[in-house]
Design a protein around this ligand. Structure first.
Ligand code: A3P
Length: 313
């Protein structure tokens, strides 16, 4: 539904003919480009973005894999950056009328944002190797949010079945799990995606902040402060600022956002149903879906892939 590209460019056709290709459970074919898997039309949007996007030093990029908390991070960053203009307790706050995806555009699926942020805020699912050169070379800030792979898998699995056309039938858990373990799914594999940004965060901590969904769930307030410091709009140590942190945390919480009318009944201009972005919003839901054998298998793969990088989930 995000995919509105009508025609593939010559560049994209030629590139595809040289890439490994596999069937995708959701959108036709997947192509392995610079180590990551992308459906045909997304590959076109990536190339267009790489050729045309012009980054600014003041930009902020929110990077996630799908189903890692993108919607949440967009809401938090939007509320933080615009907190002087939009009081988080205001009944006119844009997050009360718009889904966070309408307020922070994707680099690779551009749209006119309904409320512009200053500095500019973008999100992307692109792996570090595929970011436009202008983003890599700029002095912009990159915030990466990852999620433990077992929950990421379960969230993806539900999402894929919601997006899949009914006549095709549901994707089975086993089939989806097998693709996940091989790393063959949209923007996968998760280990290389996370490692790309993990290494950058170690080499350039002033440019790349690495966050974990699971830790953010435990202490959203501290993460908001960390995020605010990193993107250059820190909170003061005054008592009032503690209230503002709490207000933003509450404004962006799963319970609050998922119960808003716009998110219960609305749709994005692309046709995606807003309520699909909110399912359970919990840590550890994988226990309700994966067998102990599946969990063990995925844990072993992840451990081996992350090796001695220092990154753990
Ligand atoms: P579950 O399917 O595990 O519930 P994304 O935003 O990247 O598409 O990720 C969607 C996942 O984030 C879903 O996970 C969704 O419920 C959860 N989510 C959405 N909004 C959230 C929020 N405000 N706080 C915490 N989790 C949230």
């Amino acid at each position: 539904q995000f995919l509105e590209v009508e025609e593939l460019s010559e560049e994209c056709r030629e590139l595809i003919s040289s890439l490994p290709t596999e069937k995708c459970l959701l959108f036709g074919n997947l192509h392995q480009y610079r180590g990551f898997w992308h459906p045909t039309k997304i590959l076109q949007t990536i190339l267009t973005c790489q050729n045309q996007f012009e980054a600014r030093d003041s930009d902020i990029y929110l990077v996630t894999l799908p189903k890692s908390g993108t919607t949440w991070l967009k809401a938090m960053a939007f509320a933080l950056v615009n907190r002087t203009q939009y009081d988080p307790k205001s009944t006119q706050h844009p997050l009360l009328s718009y889904n966070p995806h309408q307020l922070v555009p994707f680099l690779e699926f551009p749209h006119n944002d309904v409320v512009s942020s200053t500095p500019r805020l973008f999100s992307t699912h692109l792996p570090f190797v595929s970011l436009p050169e202008s983003v890599k070379k700029s002095g912009s800030k990159i915030v990466y949010l990852c999620r433990n792979p077992k929950d990421n898998f379960v969230s993806r699995f539900h999402w894929q079945n919601k997006l899949r056309r009914q006549e095709l039938g549901s994707i089975s858990l086993e089939e989806a799990f097998e693709s996940f373990c091989r790393g063959v799914y949209i923007y996968g594999p998760i280990w290389d995606h996370a490692l790309g940004y993990w290494k950058q965060s170690l080499e350039n901590p002033e440019r790349v902040l690495f966050l974990k969904y699971d830790e953010m769930k435990e202490d959203p307030g501290n993460h908001l402060r960390k995020l605010a410091d990193f993107i250059g709009c820190p909170f003061s140590k005054e008592k009032e600022s503690f209230n503002v942190v709490d207000q933003i945390s509450e404004l962006c919480s799963f319970d609050h956002l998922s119960n808003l009318e716009v998110n219960r009944t609305g749709k994005l201009p692309s046709g995606v149903i807003n309520s699909n972005f909110f399912r359970r919003g919990e840590v550890g839901d994988w226990k309700n879906h994966l067998t102990p054998q599946m969990a063990q298998k995925l844990d072993e793969i992840i451990k081996q892939k992350l090796g001695a990088s220092g990154l753990t989930f």
